[in-house]
Design a protein around this ligand. Structure first.
Ligand SMILES: Cc1cc2nc3c(=O)[nH]c(=O)nc-3n(C[C@H](O)[C@H](O)[C@H](O)COP(=O)(O)OP(=O)(O)OC[C@H]3O[C@@H](n4cnc5c(N)ncnc54)[C@H](O)[C@@H]3O)c2cc1C
Length: 178
């Protein structure tokens, strides 16, 4: 299950009857820094625990036994995008924005078709053929990402209402709701 915030939580029961609770925080480290130390961020774990307690007050007092995180990739469309390099000899799919377990299987079919069945129907989808707006390079990238994150947080705080900035982004094809 997941809740319906822009910054959503996902949660499920594990096979041994425990709760897996995740999502919500997405931190950009200026300069595209990706380091193992970023995967274990105490502030993020504290926020997740606080939000868990708010969602399930009847479970107050239980402790989390395991914590983990990791880098995710994104595009301005917040979903997978496709491309070719090296004169069409290499095809790629990337930008799953943390929603890749199902989407990678679908995208693998697109990559297979690009190589083996270039006439396949799926390759004619605009979603497959078009590219998302590029994310600007640094030093613009960090402020733009923060602006977007603040707008999304503001929308969640306002019960999902989308202000002028987010509506403009939707019109440009930027974000989950575009
Ligand atoms: C903390 C976290 C939580 C997530 N939660 C969810 C979720 O709940 N739901 C969801 O749908 N998605 C989730 N995702 C996203 C999902 O995991 C990814 O979108 C998906 O795994 C991407 O699949 P992939 O096959 O493209 O890449 P990967 O799964 O990253 O596979 C790439 C593989 O290539 C290998 N590799 C890399 N370089 C080389 C090399 N040079 N030679 C050989 N092998 C190499 C790597 O070891 C790896 O096994 C989450 C991601 C993270 C980090």
């Amino acid at each position: 299950m997941s809740d319906s915030g822009n910054r959503f939580h996902y949660f499920r029961l594990s096979a041994d009857d425990r709760i897996l609770w995740g999502g919500y925080d997405a931190i950009y480290h200026p300069g595209n820094r990706v380091e193992p130390s970023h995967d274990l961020r105490p502030e993020t774990f504290a926020v997740l625990e606080r939000n868990f307690a708010a969602t399930f007050p009847q479970l107050d007092g239980i402790r989390f036994t395991h914590r983990w995180g990791g880098a995710i990739d994104t595009t301005t469309r917040f979903s997978v995008t496709f491309g070719d390099v090296m004169g069409g000899r290499v095809h790629y799919a990337l930008g799953y924005t943390g929603l890749g377990v199902g989407a990678t299987r679908w995208a693998a079919g697109i990559l297979r078709d690009k190589v083996l069945r270039p006439q396949a129907d799926l390759l004619r989808l605009r979603f497959v053929r078009s590219s998302p707006l590029p994310i600007p390079p640094e030093p613009l990238r960090a402020p733009v990402v923060n602006l977007m994150r603040d707008a999304v947080m503001g929308s969640d705080a306002a019960g999902g209402e989308r202000g002028l900035f987010l509506r403009a982004m939707d019109a440009l094809g930027v974000g989950f709701d575009s």
